[in-house]
Design a protein. Structure first.
Length: 390
């Protein structure tokens, strides 16, 4: 009887987490592609990259504190506090009339999403069987990515005039049911022991565990790809090629379909075949090939650009689920410090990408800088080749 009750409780927790991550993802997705163009009201293209860098620095600083914060507050309370702070940032960006305040609130907002996902990771790891990591992560990532397919089209319809406040207000509204769900279902969550490990020791541990280090580097490169494309692709399509936001929104919705179509079957395949290595190599090669085409397509052809971006995300979807599957198969739920270090890869690339992008702009110009990004993605295949499937 106890076994049945525990199974039902676990099932309820998984359903709650699935709905929660869907709500949180809708919140992120509504503003994901408009943040950079919103910021161009206040700063130029280089300044946009600088604001993202400041957000990344804040995120990394908070991540370094997370194990101690978890020990002090617990995962449930910390998630509630962070969500309230995120809601304040969103509402402030929607209604602030002061550019400086809007930029500061953006920095706060940009720092928080990886932390919220990190807290949900701890809940999820507590419910996940070691034999089904790929399948669970495939479903989890699919739920994360569904809103990113739907929202760009909706945003494009709303932004026929630059009323960004409407988008930020809609985004904030998703946090209300999210908080209610978390509060209703996880307020009695029993936290595992969160060991506080010296960061130097964690870096050393990652470096000497060759497989974890290489998968960390692959995830780092994937996040570099996301950061580069999310910041500069909307600007390129709108300001350099002349696409309207309604076209860009539809284009991005189609572009992101691979994250829904492929991640569940790829996750299941990796649970049975344990071939994250081969899928990672293939995914990075597809990403590199698609990105390397970008500088050579100069006409604003909707179908052609949609196809290129769609193919790039086929590769990215394969890499994303493979990184998640491999990493979480090799850690345990009490490895909060390892998880925080892994999640930090969402922000670390933004510390170096402005320098890389700046040098690329200087040497090759805005358009041909994408060649540099394509070449960097090929490094991902190299690191993937070095990991050992287990």
């Amino acid at each position: 009887m106890d076994k049945v009750l525990n199974s039902l409780k676990s099932f309820k927790s998984m359903v709650t987490l699935s709905i929660s991550v869907l709500l949180l993802s809708f919140h992120f997705a509504f503003v994901y592609f408009i943040n950079s163009t919103f910021l161009t009201k206040f700063v130029d293209e280089d300044g946009v990259g600088f604001l993202y860098t400041l957000g990344a620095l804040l995120n990394i600083g908070l991540f370094l504190l997370m194990p101690r914060l978890l020990r002090s507050k617990g995962n449930f309370k910390l998630l509630i506090y962070l969500t309230i702070l995120e809601a304040v940032a969103m509402l402030g960006m929607a209604f602030s009339i002061w550019p400086i305040l809007s930029m500061v609130l953006f920095i706060v907002h940009f720092a928080l999403p990886p932390l919220l996902i990190y807290c949900l990771d701890i809940f999820l790891e507590n419910e996940t069987s070691r034999t089904a990591v790929g399948s669970v992560r495939g479903v989890y990532l699919t739920l994360v990515n569904i809103p990113y397919v739907v929202t760009p089209f909706i945003v494009g319809l709303i932004l026929t005039t630059p009323d960004y406040w409407k988008i930020y207000l809609i985004s904030a509204s998703f946090l209300v049911p999210f908080i209610i769900l978390i509060f209703s279902n996880f307020r009695k969550f029993k936290d595992p022991v969160y060991p506080v490990v010296e960061h130097r020791e964690i870096v050393s541990s990652f470096y000497h565990n060759k497989n974890l280090f290489d998968i960390f580097l692959d995830n780092f490169l994937l996040q570099l790809f996301y950061g580069w494309m999310v910041i500069y692709m909307p600007i390129y399509l709108r300001d350099h090629l002349g696409f309207a936001w309604s076209e860009i929104g539809l284009m991005f919705s189609i572009m992101l379909l691979p994250f829904i179509l492929f991640q569940i079957p790829v996750g299941r395949l990796e649970d049975t075949k344990h071939d994250e290595k081969q899928i990672l190599i293939m995914g990075f090669c597809i990403m590199a090939g698609a990105v390397l085409l970008i500088p050579f397509i100069n006409e604003p052809n909707f179908v052609l650009w949609t196809a290129i971006l769609f193919v790039s995300r086929i590769g990215a979807s394969m890499v994303e689920v493979s990184c998640e599957s491999y990493f979480f198969k090799h850690i345990t739920p009490d490895n909060a410090t390892y998880i925080s270090f892994f999640r930090m890869t969402r922000s670390l690339p933004l510390l170096i990408s402005p320098a890389i992008v700046g040098i690329s702009f200087y040497l090759f110009g805005f358009t041909y800088s994408f060649i540099v990004l394509g070449a960097i993605m090929l490094l991902g295949a190299r690191y993937a080749f070095q990991i050992t499937d287990k």
